[in-house]
Design a protein around this ligand. Structure first.
Ligand code: FAD
Ligand code: SIN
Length: 550
């Protein structure tokens, strides 16, 4: 593991020091649901919220469709929600954390409703609840029909903007965590104008979202490049469950693969309302695959779709039963996606394929979101709280963000003021220059293809080992490009920095995920190995590692 006794940024000779230092009490990195809510729950404590996107509303949260799972119905209870979560997690959930999620989730969701977040309610003010895969009853709160994420994020952004204790820094890309004496000392970030700032701070909450952009086909936005995972890994944090990457079975097939844009999602709530998957011959294949048919756990449906797509079939989703039952108003986002590309789902089933969607693994935290690094918390998709195990139950991600944002804010709020951090600014890192652009773009595309083909939904030793060996030299290649860029002496632009940050992080995260996938010699949840097609008996335990294990 990296030595904790000195500043954890590798000095680069010949480069100028960081000129600007800003001191903060609490830094929250990322403005998805996890970051926005953590900052709001901390008010009136002063918080700086920084995000790399041009606007606060970014990340996967803005794209979320189905909603938030919570046992708020009169005929529901947290024990049932926990049981469904544990069943889908395939034996690898942390049971105590799951019970905490289900119990506190119900009250956290009720609190959001009481605070006036614009959930879809009936005439009496009772939440309308959707049904999604492997939930024993309708349990999914939604907003704006299938525009849940966008509707909630917009409302939270307005509240953040109206909260004087929250200072917002947009277009600010966190590059590396800085530690001193084994504790958090802040982070290095690049601003929109290309200037570098050392944000000095003893308490940092990372809420940087997931890793979908490591894959050629994904539902995630381009900013989901595993930045938080890689930053925490470089700083020596403990990571867990990294092999478990969830593929969503029903991404709409539109974009040419690899252009960086997310594949539009066709929410599972459609199948909850009766939409049906059909194979190339138009048959309902899920009825032969699982007793819950189209509402089987997500890993089961994704694999069944994948097998057919890999065999050259066009798998379609027939939305007509859902639209007839729930009405078109329930799914405005999905209908807009289809119509944008000239498909009319009211008359014809639409083509779907699995796409990388969610990372169950991440930076290991305790019940208060604390990581193994003193002064560092992790929240949202980045965190590995243990609630998802080998496979996440639908709509439990937004719930996890909500529950743990509240817990992290309470934990931070209960702490006495931190001693001032006096660490001097580190030198700025070396960054590849403009001329490295084509090579970096080619590497990013090759990495996305490698992960999709060899560390994707169906894995085997040969492919994983080839990915491991292929990727092993990539960190060195990226470093060499950076050194060459530094040698030119030209200061990099913000766009060049972000491109380098994301590629460097993708490479490290890809290597970590591949290493974890190679080590699990069984199929379990979202981790399917064609060379070990069954779960081991007894099952293999959860796997934890650090970057030093690579
Ligand atoms: P995000 O919302 O992804 O936010 C991450 C933030 O970090 C962004 O603001 C980004 O700009 C910022 N960031 C990243 N790197 C840096 C950096 N280096 N410096 C500064 N800022 C950085 N889950 C559900 O529970 N229910 C659903 O209905 C649902 N639907 C989904 C639909 C889609 C299409 C997708 C992609 C996911 C869906 N999920 C759903 C999953 C869920 O949306 C995500 O897991 C969740 O929103 C993650 O929230 P987050 O706040 O952790 O991260
Ligand atoms: C969906 O709406 O199908 C996505 C829900 C989720 O990822 O939990």
């Amino acid at each position: 593991m990296r030595s904790a006794s000195k500043v954890a940024i590798r000095p680069v000779t010949g480069l100028p020091p960081i000129l600007h230092t800003q001191d903060h009490q609490i830094l929250v990195v990322g403005s998805g649901l996890a970051g926005l809510l953590t900052a709001l729950r901390l008010a009136p404590r002063p918080v700086t919220l920084l995000t790399k996107t041009p606007f606060l509303a970014g990340g996967s949260s803005d794209l979320a469709q189905g909603g938030i799972a919570a046992a708020v119905a009169l005929d529901d209870c947290p024990a049932d929600h926990a049981a469904d979560t544990l069943a889908v997690g395939a034996g690898l959930c942390d049971e105590a954390m799951v019970r905490l999620l289900a119990e506190e989730g119900a009250s956290a969701a009720r609190l959001l409703i009481a605070e006036g977040l614009p959930f879809d309610l009936d005439g009496q003010g009772v939440p309308l609840l959707g049904q999604e895969a492997a939930h024993r009853r309708p349990r999914i709160l939604h907003a704006g029909g299938d525009a849940t994420g966008h509707t909630l994020v917009q409302a939270l952004v307005a509240r953040v903007r109206g909260t004087p204790s929250i200072r917002v820094l947009e277009r600010t890309c966190a590059v590396d965590l800085v530690t001193a004496g084994g504790k958090m000392a802040g982070l290095l970030a690049c601003q929109a104008d290309g200037s570098w700032v050392f944000h000095r701070c003893a308490r940092v909450v990372l809420a940087t979202g997931g890793i979908g952009s490591l894959y050629l086909r994904t539902t995630n936005p381009p900013e989901a490049t595993a930045d938080g995972l890689a930053m925490a890994a470089r700083a020596g944090a403990r990571l867990g469950d990294l092999e478990f990457v969830q593929f969503h079975p029903t991404a709409l097939v539109v974009t040419p693969a690899g252009d960086g844009r997310p594949m539009p999602l066709l929410t599972e709530a459609l199948r909850g309302e009766g939409a049906q998957l059909r194979d190339g011959a138009g048959r309902r294949f899920m009825v032969d695959e699982h007793p819950l048919a189209d509402l089987a756990p997500r890993d089961v449906v994704a694999l069944a779709v994948w097998r057919r797509v890999a065999a050259g079939e066009t798998v379609t989703l027939d939305l007509r039963p859902a639209l007839a039952r729930a009405g078109a108003d329930r799914f405005p986002t999905v209908l807009a996606f289809c119509r944008e590309i000239g498909l009319d789902p009211t008359t014809t089933p639409v083509p779907v394929a699995p796409a990388a969607h969610y990372h169950m693994g991440g930076v290991v935290t305790d019940a208060d979101g604390r990581t193994s690094l003193p002064g560092l918390w992790a929240c949202g998709e980045l965190a590995c709280t243990g609630v998802h195990g080998a496979n996440r139950l639908a709509s439990n991600s937004l719930l996890e963000a909500i529950v743990f944002a509240g817990r992290i804010a309470r934990d931070l709020g209960a702490l006495a003021a931190a001693d001032p951090v006096t660490v001097p600014p580190p030198p700025r890192p070396a960054v590849p220059g403009a001329d490295a652009g084509p090579e970096m773009a080619a590497l990013a595309l090759e990495l996305r293809r490698t992960l999709y083909e060899q560390v994707g939904l169906a894995r085997h030793h040969q492919g994983l080992a080839a990915a491991r060996d292929g990727l092993a030299g990539w960190s060195g290649r990226v470093a060499a490009l950076a050194a060459a860029g530094a040698a030119t002496g030209a200061p990099p632009t913000a766009a060049e920095v972000v491109r380098w940050v994301e590629l460097r992080n993708r490479v490290l995260a890809a290597r970590l995920i591949t290493a974890a996938a190679l080590a699990r010699h069984e199929s379990r949840g979202a981790h399917y190995r064609t060379d070990f097609p069954q779960p081991a008996n007894p099952g293999q335990p959860r796997r934890f590692l650090t970057a030093a294990d690579l």
